[in-house]
Design a binder for this molecule. Structure first.
Ligand code: ADP
Ligand code: MG
Length: 210
């Protein structure tokens, strides 16, 4: 993995987020304040504008820079959370100095832990973490078992979709939807949807490689 791969993944993520505008927008309108799609789009566009600056960097430095850029561009609760994720993934990869699958899995896990710390949230609170935590756990397990990139990508798509679906019947205890009590039940979480869309985009790109 190098910054070229990261720029390709960022482009795939951006295209997928734009393609899911209607879903993401309506979910945050139902149980949030309706700005989540705009926040995601702004973040994706900010990364596009720094593609050339990322090109000469290592994967670790590029991810850290993406995090810093997101911190200064996406508003809302999700901006600092995604920023923490990318800065932490970058920092962790830099420390191991490899991008072997198992190190990427550990860095992904560290990124998810950074979101948990910053947002003071756990699994089961109807947030993006209900997608990210099971994806991180499965990624680490499969990488430790030495599974191939394609096997991992196929499995992570499924786990991300299951995590998203799990938010439907949860009460929200973090973020804006937490004021809604039982009224949030029956709705998917918007941040969980964005994460599912992004994970699918990256995994589809890996699956499409020869
Ligand atoms: P805001 O909530 O400020 O309007 P967004 O609409 O961009 O910001 O993001 C909302 C999403 O952020 C939620 O759908 C949820 O997934 C996620 N989120 C909110 N608070 C937290 C938190 N404390 N921990 C993890 N994720 C959170
Ligand atoms: Mg919102």
């Amino acid at each position: 993995m190098n910054s070229d791969t990261i720029n390709h993944m960022a482009a795939a993520i951006r295209a997928a987020i734009l393609a899911h505008e209607a879903d993401i927008e309506s979910l945050d309108r139902e149980i949030g304040d309706g700005d989540h799609y705009i926040n995601m789009k702004r973040g994706c566009e900010a990364i596009t504008t720094i593609a050339e600056e990322l090109a000469p960097l290592s994967a670790a430095d590029a991810l850290n820079k993406i995090g810093m850029k997101l911190l200064s561009t996406i508003g809302g609760a999700s901006g600092p959370l995604f920023a923490s994720f990318f800065m932490s993934v970058g920092k962790t990869l830099k420390a191991t100095d490899t991008t072997a699958t198992k190190d990427v899995a550990l860095a992904f896990e560290a990124g998810v832990q950074a979101i948990m710390q910053r947002g003071k949230a756990q699994a089961g609170e109807k947030t993006m973490l209900d997608v990210l935590i099971p994806v991180a756990d499965t990624f680490k397990q499969l990488a430790e078992q030495g599974k191939s990139t394609k096997e991992i990508a196929t499995a992570l798509k499924l786990v991300a979709s299951e995590g998203l679906e799990s938010t439907r019947n949860l009460l929200a205890t973090k973020g804006r939807a937490s004021g809604l009590g039982e009224r949030a039940i029956g709705h998917l979480d918007a941040g969980a949807k964005s994460c599912e869309v992004m994970i699918h985009a990256v995994c589809d790109q890996l699956l499409a490689q020869p």
